[in-house]
Design a protein around this ligand. Structure first.
Ligand code: DGJ
Length: 466
């Protein structure tokens, strides 16, 4: 006889206590489902990252050349003059760093950072075998044989003329201090513009936005500050729109200015300046997204944070919407780019004209939140990496035909002679797991690594149809 076990647990849900059990079952299944979903998205993101590297390696072997790690072994010269043993005892010798040498106008190794005219990149003379090589830090001549004046610059690729336009601060004047403790400065001359089809041979298109000589109340009066001009094209209005940092000589105005032109080569009409969102705005950039919406990014609150907000449809103003990002991180010189739906930004620290450590940041949405990933610099030596190769970010140019590859544009400022500041252009590659990711999820880094590779001499892969 089969005895029925009255204590046997039912295999089905005991539906007499029914609704409570089925709710908890649904909740648990939902939690499980969400966890699975999260896991799946992370795994697919990781796969995407590694697929990316594989793709890049297989499709573009020439990129490997750009990713070669080049070391620098620069010896710091011994201190000048003999020190008596007594003097040496009295004052302990301070160790000199490469940054000290960089900032010392009389340094014996000055030529390493600021090579002279004899080594200048000259597209006319170097045509042929030596063509297309970038030499970070060397004087770079335009097609008339004059040093390019486009500091703190940005690049516009004009689809209509299939031409690159490089805009920047024209600083070919004397460097002086307007105030005893003020930053070194050059009077405003205007915004220089250069055009090129190959990103190497640059034709001077002249000063496309000029300084105001007489009216002292004008933003562009030569005694003020005009920095970091950037230009984008507006498809709705057919106008080229320039945004720039506008300030007074002691950087208290902290404003942003706008100018507009029918042509990439100007002349640009100056429309005025503002404190965007009622805030201070110093180092800045603009970024035009794939959907045509453009954004202004600027250092604010005493440079302690960045602000970001969309521009109006005509790109002539900011909309009221604004987000505070990288709060408390004290970053400036923002340079933005986008790859596979993720936004990236390179910034510098805030040390005036002196070089400091770059950081890379990433975000899923341009309005944030933004995560800080770490120092993107590779090669050179430790000091080179901690000083962004003795340069400061200004713009990132996408390389056509090589997804995930860019030119990192930076300025090697020469505080004693700002007009003789140099350009440091280097390959920037997105791909591979971040080595110091701030954000981890299930052990996977959230963002691929952004790498800027040091090269004394390099050129774009010849496969590139620039
Ligand atoms: C650092 C900024 O990035 C530059 O554009 C310039 O404003 C200098 N500071 C002035 O010291």
């Amino acid at each position: 006889m089969r005895v029925r076990n009255k204590y046997r647990k039912p295999t089905a849900f005991p539906c007499n206590v029914g609704s409570r059990c089925s709710i908890s079952a649904v909740v648990w299944s939902l939690v499980g489902f969400l966890l699975l979903l999260q896991f799946y998205s992370l795994v697919s993101r990781r796969n995407e990252v590694s697929r990316d590297i594989t793709l890049r390696m297989s499709r573009h072997p020439l990129v490997r050349e750009l990713e070669q790690v080049e070391e620098e072994n620069i010896q710091i010269p011994p201190p000048r003059g003999k020190r008596s043993p007594r003097a040496a005892k009295r004052r302990p010798k301070r160790t000199t760093t490469l940054v000290d040498e960089f900032l010392d106008e009389n340094s014996q190794i000055r030529h390493v950072f600021f090579p002279d005219m004899k080594t200048a990149i000259n597209p006319l003379k170097d045509a042929g075998n030596g063509s297309y090589y970038y030499y970070p830090g060397r004087i770079w001549l335009d097609t008339e044989g004059n040093p390019i004046q486009a500091h703190g610059g940005g690049m516009l690729y004009d689809e209509r003329s299939s031409t690159y336009y490089w805009y920047g601060e024209y600083k070919d004047g004397p460097t002086y201090h307007a105030y005893k403790k003020g930053a070194a400065r050059v009077d405003i001359i205007g915004v220089g513009c250069y055009s090129s089809k190959d990103l190497w041979t640059w034709k001077n298109e002249g000063i496309v936005l000029t300084a105001e000589e007489t009216n002292e109340t004008h933003d562009l009066h030569k005694s003020n500050v005009l920095e970091r001009p950037k230009v984008i094209y507006n498809e709705n209005t057919g106008k080229y729109v320039m945004w720039m940092h506008i300030d007074d000589a002691n950087y208290t105005k902290a404003a942003v200015g706008v100018a507009v032109s029918d042509y990439p080569t100007g002349p640009f009409d100056y429309l005025g300046s503002q404190n965007p969102h009622g805030c201070e705005s110093r180092d800045m950039t603009i970024f035009k997204d794939d959907d045509g919406v453009a954004y202004l990014v600027y250092s604010s609150e005493d440079n302690s944070e960045l602000h970001i907000g969309p521009l109006t449809k005509d790109y002539l103003d900011v909309k009221p919407e604004m987000r505070r990002i990288l709060v408390g991180q004290h970053r400036e010189a923002p340079a933005l780019f986008k790859y596979r739906g993720t936004y990236y930004m390179i910034t510098s620290g805030c040390t005036g004209w002196a070089p400091n450590e770059a950081l890379a940041h990433a975000a899923d949405s341009i309005m944030g939140p933004w995560e800080t990933m770490g120092n993107p610099c590779i090669g050179g030596n430790k000091m080179f990496r901690l000083a962004t190769f003795f340069a400061q970010s200004t713009f990132v140019v996408p390389l056509p035909g090589i997804p995930g590859s860019y030119i990192f544009m930076a300025d090697r400022w020469n505080p004693a002679d700002l007009g003789n500041s140099r350009y440091v252009w280097l390959p920037l590659i997105v791909g591979g797991p971040a080595d110091r990711p701030f954000e981890f999820n299930f052990g996977f880094p959230l963002w691929p690594r952004v790498s800027i590779y040091w090269h004394r001499k390099w050129r774009l892969p010849s496969a590139l149809s620039v």
